[in-house]
Design a protein around this ligand. Structure first.
Ligand code: AMP
Ligand code: TRP
Length: 330
């Protein structure tokens, strides 16, 4: 079974767009891969994070993924900072990565331009990411466009290390997240629903109050036609609501169009709101059950122990190959 690894930064909120476009797919795919899922908290601190908020966000993120259906028996779930070998391996890899390579990373260039006092962690961030990936002999890394260059760097580092010191790492492949279902902003349906949108009325968050979600759907932008038909160009608002309804209920676009033939937009929106609220409330109920439970701690303890063992072996192997051990005088 191929190994797949996903890192999630514990910053920002999770939207309905993330759920439909990404988490639901992960849940559907969890039988296909030997899958590793971790919270990249050490990546998050490359920019300042409020310490007490950060620790809550780490726990909350794990609880939310579990509540969405990520199965702890099918995924190794862990927190990056609880496995100290990630940073140790990262150092050995840094000594095999060129300054020039890191200087060419576009995310670094973008982020460092915004702030004069950026940390050196922001610069070496991609090497820590390579360490996350290479430790587990990962075959596949699903990423968005912004992270593809980092996975390509991890490939280059793996190939270089293997050449210099002998076969040590599997060379990973970045897989662009399938352009699956894209959920658009409810107020401006020509734009992707995004946690960074200024107008929060267009964005549904998974942990948002249910009444507020309902209101946002009821006041979603539509058009003046009064016909529930999928047409992204001329009816982006209605098309987006159809997509949302179809992905949550598992119906096809045609079935949804047929169901709402002759119905007005008010009735249609009420049905969409009911479906979304029902799905989100199930997730929220499960989230509330587990957020403060021992279950999460047990899952994370298990993930930490399992991954530390693998990582320790890889680290020891790298050290040995690089000559980091007590020599014997000949
Ligand atoms: P981001 O929140 O932008 O870091 O994205 C995390 C994952 O969620 C990526 O796989 C995105 O493609 C997916 N995603 C984010 N927003 C949406 C959206 N509005 N519709 C569908 N997928 C999304
Ligand atoms: N840098 C990734 C992001 O910002 C998170 C991440 C850290 C990651 N390590 C990883 C993703 C390893 C995939 C594999 O989204």
């Amino acid at each position: 079974m191929k190994k797949m690894l996903t890192g999630l930064q514990p910053t920002g909120v999770i939207t309905l767009g993330n759920y439909i476009g990404s988490i639901k797919q992960m849940v559907d795919n969890q039988d296909m891969y030997d899958s590793y899922l971790f919270v990249a908290d050490m990546h998050a601190i490359t920019v300042y994070q409020d310490p007490s908020e950060l620790s809550n966000k780490i726990r909350s993120l794990i609880a939310l993924y579990l509540a969405c259906g990520i199965d702890p028996n099918k995924n190794k779930i862990f927190i990056q900072s609880e496995n100290e070998y990630h940073a140790n391996v990262s150092w050995l890899l840094e000594c095999n990565t060129y300054f020039g390579e890191l200087s060419r990373m576009t995310q670094f260039k973008d982020k460092s331009m915004k702030n004069e006092n950026f940390t050196s962690g922001l610069f070496t961030y991609p090497v820590l990411m390579a360490s996350d990936i290479l430790i587990y002999d990962t075959d596949i890394v699903p990423v968005g466009v912004d992270q593809k260059q980092h996975v390509e760097l991890a490939r280059d580092i793996a190939i270089r290390f293997n050449k210099k010191y002998g076969d040590t790492f599997v060379v990973p492949t970045p897989v662009m997240s399938r352009v699956g279902t894209k959920i658009m902003d409810l107020q401006d349906p020509t734009k992707k629903m995004s946690k960074s949108s200024e107008n929060k009325k267009g964005v549904i968050m998974l942990l948002e109050d249910l009444d507020s979600i309902r209101k946002k759907i009821m006041s979603a932008t539509t058009d003046s036609e009064m016909c529930v038909k999928y047409d992204v160009i001329n009816k982006p608002g209605i098309s987006n609501l159809i997509t949302m309804y179809a992905s949550i209920t598992g119906k096809s676009i045609e079935e949804v169009e047929f169901m709402f033939e002759g119905k007005n937009y008010g009735e249609f929106k009420r049905e969409v709101a009911d479906a979304v609220v029902s799905e989100v409330s199930k997730i929220q109920n499960r989230y509330n059950e587990i957020i403060n439970s021992k279950e999460i701690d047990e899952i994370l303890d298990k993930g930490r122990e399992f991954t530390r063992e693998i990582a320790k072996k890889k680290y020891e192997d790298m050290k040995k190959k690089m000559g980091l051990f007590r020599g014997i005088e000949k």
